[in-house]
Design a binder for this molecule. Structure first.
Ligand code: HAM
Length: 429
């Protein structure tokens, strides 16, 4: 019989191995701590939602809704979707749970996987992870500025290198229709140079030509009128105040009048954090204001502003220090009779908060010491025949390749044992 073939992960779906997962945990922990200072509380959301939630909130002419969603019919014929982003879910939860009445100014942050069927490449996956935050119930520029200060402080705190905040205003329901018309007229004059998708976009939602990825379209779009020039007075005032507050807090940003976001729910403030050295997929995060979204999803007319960071890309611009080996000591039973006391010894140390590895019995001392070395441990506790007879474990200093004169009594009670081991570790080089 031939041996079974291995089964590979699905294209665009990847494993996050311990080194990377450790960094992700630090990034998430830092978010939990720092966001709390700004009044954000964590929300955990389902990964599956009704398809309609995204179709209605992200816009049915966006790339995400048109071609990137993982949607399927449940057994009862309901159309469900693996969430491509979480803002729509947060809004749904905020309305459905009644938070919108109990705590209209709720500030919620989240972390977790999102799913988009994009073409995989470096920094772009079909399952990727986000850390995001949403601030509700505030339509004043202070809320935007506070959120951006929090975002940029967070990036600084986790050591993100070479990132830039790009800021724009995309107008609101009052001034955008006029801009949309200008853009449509412009597009119609340039029709010959635009791709068939953009022809369709011009009819249904001209703004979407601004983020078309086709080279020819990008050249045309570079000459298109910009939304920043079409803002109404209240949008202009809002934008100026956001900028003034950021200037006051010395948060660096550049105004990018061509910045539009790939999702339809934004109004007024829109922004992206762009990372140098990331290649084509250089957006580490993005967000903005979405004042009509809560109402569009059946709630009251409550404002909102938020952002999401892509964790894979964040870990690339903020890789952190390589983690030191966590294992302080290894317990090495040389023979089967030593297994039980070895487990008891290791458990007592672990109960005291120490990271201790335990090897199986039955190998030579040399092989066991090699295993201990591979784990990066500094001390090994050896339990062989002599040790069992004497009731003491030999302490081997793995850095000096020598035994320590002090042996550890196997029946030492847990706290005292941990203290002795700490003292040994403290005196190791
Ligand atoms: P977004 O710009 O679609 O915004 O995604 C935010 C971030 O998620 C991106 O900047 C990027 O870092 C990461 N990302 C997106 N797609 C992928 C992918 N295929 N592979 C790897 N990373 C990816 C939103 O999702 C909005 N919900 C943000 C928001 C929150 N707006 C208001 N509140």
């Amino acid at each position: 019989m031939s041996s079974p073939t291995t089964i590979a992960a699905v294209k665009g779906f990847r494993d996050v191995l311990p080194d990377e997962a450790g960094r992700w945990r630090d990034l998430e922990d830092a978010a939990a701590r720092l966001f709390a200072r700004y009044g954000c509380e964590e929300i955990r959301l389902p990964i599956v939602e009704r398809t309609e939630l995204f179709a209605r909130s992200l816009g049915d002419t966006t790339d995400v809704v048109e071609k990137e969603m993982y949607s399927f019919l449940d057994r009862d014929e309901t159309s469900l979707t693996l969430r491509p982003e979480a803002t729509a879910s947060v809004v749904r939860a905020y309305v459905e749970s009644g938070l919108v009445q109990r705590d209209p100014a709720a500030r919620l942050w989240y972390r977790g996987p999102m799913f988009r069927r994009e073409r995989p490449q470096r920094g772009r996956y079909r399952q990727f992870y986000q850390i995001g935050a949403e601030v509700f119930g505030r339509d004043d520029p202070l809320a935007d500025a506070e959120l951006l200060v929090m975002l940029m402080r967070y990036l600084e705190h986790v050591g993100a290198r070479d990132t830039r905040l790009e800021l724009n205003s995309v107008g609101d329901a009052r001034c955008r229709p006029a801009y949309r018309d200008r853009l449509r007229e412009f597009g119609q004059r340039e029709l010959a140079a635009l791709c068939p998708d953009c022809h369709r976009r011009l009819e249904r939602n001209p703004l979407r030509i601004l983020d078309c990825k086709v080279e020819g379209c990008r050249a045309v779009v570079a000459r298109a009128p910009v939304v920043l020039d079409s803002l109404c007075e209240p949008c202009r005032v809002h934008f100026d105040e956001v900028r003034a507050l950021l200037d006051q807090e010395r948060v660096p940003y550049v105004v990018n009048a061509r910045l539009v976001r790939g999702l339809d729910y934004y109004c007024r403030t829109a922004f992206e954090v762009v990372g140098g050295g990331l290649g084509a997929q250089n957006a580490v995060g993005g967000g903005g204001r979405y004042d009509g979204l809560v109402a569009a999803l059946g709630g009251p007319d409550v404002a909102g502003v938020g952002f999401a960071l892509g964790l894979e890309r964040l870990a690339m611009v903020a890789p952190g220090e390589p983690a030191a080996p966590a294992v302080a000591a290894v317990v090495l039973p040389l023979e089967p009779r030593a297994v039980r006391p070895a487990l008891a010894f290791a458990t007592r140390l672990r109960d005291q908060g120490m990271t201790v590895a335990l090897e199986p019995a039955g190998r030579s001392l040399k092989a066991l010491l090699r295993a201990a070395d591979r784990r990066g441990a500094r001390l090994a506790f050896i339990l062989g025949e002599d040790e069992l007879r004497a009731g003491r474990a030999t302490v081997r200093d793995l850095a000096r390749h020598a035994d320590r004169p002090q042996a550890l009594a196997l029946d030492t009670p847990a706290p005292a044992l941990a203290e002795q081991v700490q003292a040994l570790l403290g005196s190791a080089p």
